[in-house]
Design a binder for this molecule. Structure first.
Ligand SMILES: O=C(O)c1ccccc1NCC(=O)[C@H](O)[C@H](O)COP(=O)(O)O
Length: 225
């Protein structure tokens, strides 16, 4: 399956259209009010309305420690088809979300303070559709621009799809992909001018990098190459 690329933290319809025109079909919207990238259900609806010409878009709402009723209220007002939980949600809560919103893809983000935190991932294997690894920051939940210690994640091969986030840019993406071979990647601040104001030149550069990608043999897992 082709690697999925999520461009996260969108707000402006014209930017979303340009990003979709470059072939990026997984778009992320920050539904966390404390974030400078927060977008209201109305703003999300405006962006998605502007994209009706694009089939098969995946529109993912990013939440943190939202209650089930709050999630339901937000989702009822938008056409989001994916939910990303970016706070301290437990595996049990993820199961409840999956049960309440079975039509939505469910992504659980784990913010890793140290590589040993990876042990927490296992408890989510049967609770979500996708795991996303992001960098830890003491004051920000996401969109931090901090990278993970990629070398220390090379043995991570969960039995479900996983995405890499944290400080990815058009410049470092090839190195990250060759080291880790995730099923997807997620970029935000590495392709923006200011929070929620995406940098279309950098996104075009990312497209060019991905199109020219040279994947080297996987020395850690030769069977996967
Ligand atoms: O981006 C935010 O402002 C944000 C706020 C609260 C929770 C999550 C948030 N972002 C989540 C994402 O999916 C980002 O794309 C991810 O953290 C990567 O960000 P970056 O390091 O800037 O590429």
């Amino acid at each position: 399956m082709a690697m999925e690329v999520k461009i996260c933290g969108l707000r402006h319809p014209a930017q979303a259209q340009a990003i979709a025109a470059l072939g990026f079909t997984t778009l992320g919207f920050i539904c966390v009010e404390a974030s400078p990238r927060y977008v209201s259900p109305k703003e999300i609806a405006l962006v998605l309305q502007s994209l009706t010409a694009h089939d098969e878009l995946s529109a993912i709402g990013v939440f943190a420690n939202a209650s089930l009723p709050k999630l339901g209220e937000f989702l009822a007002q938008t056409n989001l088809n994916g939910i990303q939980l970016h706070g301290d949600e437990t595996p049990e809560f993820c199961r409840q979300v999956k049960q309440a919103f079975p039509q939505h893809r469910l992504i659980k983000a784990l913010r890793l303070r140290r590589s040993e935190d990876l042990a927490r991932a296992e408890a989510y294997y049967d609770a979500v559709d996708i795991l996303l690894l992001d960098a830890y920051h003491p004051e920000q939940l996401g969109g931090t621009g901090q990278t993970l210690p990629w070398q220390k994640l090379q043995q991570f091969r969960p039995p479900l799809p996983w995405w890499l986030a944290g400080g990815l840019t058009p410049i470092n993406v090839q190195e990250a992909l060759n080291l880790l071979r995730p099923d997807g990647i997620d970029l935000s601040s590495g392709v923006e001018k200011a929070p929620a104001d995406k940098d279309l030149a950098k996104i075009a550069q990312l497209r060019a990098q991905l199109d020219a990608l040279t994947i080297l043999p996987d020395v850690n897992h030769p069977e996967k190459t």
